[in-house]
Design a protein. Structure first.
Length: 453
């Protein structure tokens, strides 16, 4: 559905320049505690049902001022779905995962008796491409050593390093099923005795594809990091260890940032049915946290700048807004794809033309002195961490070819720049271009990892 799924990027050169690398949060222990808590609240919350003749989607094309996906009727969505070709095994897994989220299926969680907040019970593994540079492994060694120490307190084999078989001239990239079969792992609940529940992919999505990641993520909790330089890998690993071992602590304060644009049903729904109730639930469940909820006129670009490295930076930030996309031919796509559209946009009735940068918060708005170390940010937005090369919503041309979204898979520069600025900025962005609020806000498998495309 419109190709917004988990992952981080990139690898190939575009116009003589490397796309920005990504280091968008692997699944560390502290983050997983926060993630599981938020996921619990989101699953507990069920948006009120209302009758509507149209389904509204997140995402605005900043090149044109139009929606990335126009509102559709249920019948239109069903027609698109009927024209799509599905992998039968993957579809069965998704159906079971949906049942798990609704409390009717336990298969897509660690096996019974395993505490998902305890790495000594879940295990932890890392997936490298088979051609990985040894220098990358060496740079990540402080983090890998910490994970090994945490995961092997009870059983030595609960820490694993795996090799992924990327595409060659004669063979396609390895599928999720082939990867699992090669390691003698089958379907069903994640059993740490066979493979750890938490898995970190290290590499760009052209080497280890997004599709492999999000299919693996149905059964496991999968994250990804990718950087362009060895120094950035080393800096990331050292910063994670610094935060997790208590050398750097932030006060427990959270900010909920809910953009609610005029005449825009998508952000009105997310502000009313996601941000507000989620903040209320957190206030009820986590009374030792200080919280603020920002809505409507409070959710400007200037305000977001204060929350992302400014003097109001919280330890936990949850934003819900449109993510901006650009045409693949637009020169701004490379740098601004996935930026967060703020309240500064007047709305679709007043603005139907290319967007000025005043409307959205992008990588260029992260200052050199931004203080983001130790922060966890959940950005509910389209393209909020990355963009696949081809549209995955099943919109095809007359010859059955998917629409090209970008010249190559792209990482959201906002997330990448913030990660480099802070050395440790966890980012999670949901695949939010989906029909109907109940599907969006149940989240399900999407919140098992960090980052989305």
């Amino acid at each position: 559905m419109n190709g917004k799924r988990f992952g981080c990027c990139l690898h190939k050169k575009i116009g003589g320049k490397h796309p920005p690398a990504a280091g968008i949060a692997e699944n560390d222990h502290y983050f997983q505690k926060t993630l599981l808590w938020i996921r619990t609240l989101l699953i507990r919350y069920q948006p009120m049902s209302t009758e509507t003749e149209q389904l509204f989607f997140n995402g605005i094309n900043a090149s044109t001022g139009e929606y990335l996906m126009p509102p559709l009727t249920p019948e239109q969505v069903a027609k698109i779905a009927r024209g799509e070709e599905f992998d039968a095994e993957h579809l069965i897994e998704l159906q079971k995962k949906d049942a798990h989220v609704k409390g009717r299926e336990t298969e897509f969680a660690p096996i019974e008796g395993v505490d998902p907040k305890n790495l000594a019970e879940t295990g932890w593994g890392v997936i490298f491409d088979y051609k990985v540079d040894q220098a990358i492994k060496d740079a990540l060694s402080p983090l890998l050593n910490l994970r090994k120490e945490q995961a092997t307190k009870n059983k030595e084999h609960y820490y694993q390093e795996y090799s992924y078989r990327s595409a060659t001239n004669s063979k396609p990239a390895e599928s999720k099923n082939k990867f699992l079969a090669r390691y003698q792992v089958g379907p069903g609940p994640a059993d740490p005795d066979k493979m750890p529940y938490y898995l970190l992919i290290v590499g760009d999505p052209e080497t280890i594809p997004f599709r492999f990641q999000y299919q693996l993520d149905v059964q496991y909790a999968v994250g990804r990091i990718y950087f362009e330089t060895i120094e950035e890998y080393a800096q990331y690993a050292q910063s994670v260890v610094e935060v997790e071992t208590g050398k750097f602590l932030l006060p427990r304060n959270a900010s909920f940032f809910g953009v609610r644009n005029s005449a825009d049903q998508a952000t009105q729904n997310s502000a009313d049915y996601l941000i507000k109730p989620l903040a209320e639930l957190m206030a009820e469940d986590q009374q030792n946290w200080t919280m603020q909820t920002l809505l409507k006129e409070e959710t400007t670009k200037a305000k977001l700048g204060q929350l992302l490295g400014g003097n109001e930076t919280p330890s936990l930030l949850f934003t819900a807004s449109h993510g901006v996309g650009f045409d693949s031919s637009d020169s701004k796509q490379f740098r601004h794809q996935g930026a967060l559209l703020c309240q500064d946009w007047p709305g679709p009735t007043e603005w139907r033309k290319p967007f000025p940068e005043d409307f959205y918060f992008s990588a260029d708005d992260i200052t050199d002195d931004a203080k983001l170390l130790g922060m966890i940010a959940f950005n509910f937005a389209c393209y909020g961490v990355g963009t696949p090369q081809f549209d995955e919503f099943a919109r095809r041309d007359a010859f059955g070819t998917r629409k090209t979204i970008a010249p190559n898979p792209l990482c959201c520069s906002l997330a990448t720049t913030a990660t480099r600025s802070s050395q440790r900025w966890s980012v999670s962005c949901n695949w939010s271009c989906r029909p109907r609020l109940e599907l969006v806000f149940s989240l399900g498998e999407n919140w098992a990892t960090v980052g989305s495309v």
